[in-house]
Design a protein around this ligand. Structure first.
Ligand code: GUN
Length: 305
């Protein structure tokens, strides 16, 4: 059997289109333009790529994008001052501080300085606590995207056994909470877990966010299960030849041994083109929702979001 491919690129494009229409309507009916502020401290190359992409897609959706690029030696006081200004700026409805921050900055303190209503990452302790207790709150973007992809396969998740591999604050923990809120039976594993293959074989759903290329093998997967691969790993690809500078070309792979896994799974996300595009699409959804909430307007109904 070859698994159904869950096309994140196509789904993200649909979500972005729906957001764009809703933004245009908000502007026409209320004269309000959602605004997203992204703060980057330092010049981590991967973060630079994400921040550029976030800014571009925010503008394409018809929203205002405000970018703040601060030097790597920015003090906590300066960063907190900027967040305070953004918290009270009526044109800013979403604030995202790109992680990781340089080591001298306390990311918990910084994230918790953001107004929870503008915390479009859903990382503020208030939003984490609300999601954890099944209340309406801002949901972290990557897990939200994964839930939307799962909704393509399952109209109802109740009673499914779901394994989450990886317990980061950004993906694994919120993913586990969302699956639990959907009445799945949830298992969350991490580096100290000893029996992951065995737990995987019991699971109807596997969500892996471990950062280990090809970690999930075909023989870990229950036939027909749904596999959501959050991993994005750059690995050498000698089969693609060499670059101009003589070094071996690279490629992106996920945390799943995709070619073998797709012969066992019922549905699977590819890398690239799976979860990745959904993350920024969900950031736009969260920014639009935050803008509506801050202006006491009802949230538009967004496809699958
Ligand atoms: N770094 C890696 N992923 C994320 C994310 O989703 N949000 C923020 N703020 N930083 C990140």
């Amino acid at each position: 059997m070859t698994a159904q491919l869950i096309d994140g690129k196509a789904l993200a494009s649909t979500v972005r289109g729906t957001v764009k229409d809703a933004v245009a309507q908000l502007k026409a009916e209320h004269g309000i333009i959602p605004g997203l502020a992204v703060v980057l401290v330092g010049s981590d190359p991967a973060s630079e790529v994400y921040v550029r992409s976030k800014g571009k897609q925010t503008i394409e959706a018809g929203m205002n994008s405000f970018e703040f690029r601060l030097s790597a030696d920015t003090s906590e006081k300066e960063l907190m001052g900027l967040i305070e200004r953004l918290n009270t700026d009526p044109e800013v409805h979403g604030i995202l501080v790109q992680l990781p921050l340089p080591a001298h900055l306390d990311s918990k303190l910084v994230i918790n300085a953001i107004d929870p209503h503008k915390d479009v990452d859903g990382f503020h302790t208030t939003n984490v606590g609300m999601v954890g207790t099944g209340q309406d709150a801002i949901v972290p973007c990557t897990p939200r995207g994964c839930m939307m992809m799962l909704a393509q396969i399952y109209p109802d998740l109740r009673g499914k056994t779901a394994l989450v591999i990886g317990h980061s604050n950004i993906v694994g923990k919120p993913m586990g909470r969302l699956l639990l809120n959907a009445d799945c039976t949830v298992i969350v594993t991490h580096k100290s877990s000893t029996n992951i293959p065995e737990l995987a074989r019991m699971s109807d759903i596997i969500v892996v966010a471990a950062g280990v290329p090809g970690l999930v093998k075909a023989d870990w997967i229950k036939p027909g299960a749904t596999v959501i691969d959050v991993g994005i790993n750059r690995v050498p690809a000698p089969e693609n030849g060499v670059k101009d500078d003589g070094t071996v070309k690279t490629k992106l792979v996920g945390d799943v041994d995709f070619d073998a896994a797709k012969e066992v799974a019922g549905a699977i996300t590819p890398v690239p083109g799976g979860v990745g595009p959904m993350t920024i699409a969900c950031l736009l959804v969260n920014t639009l929702s935050a803008c509506c909430h801050l202006n006491s307007l009802p949230e538009p109904v967004l496809l699958g979001a």
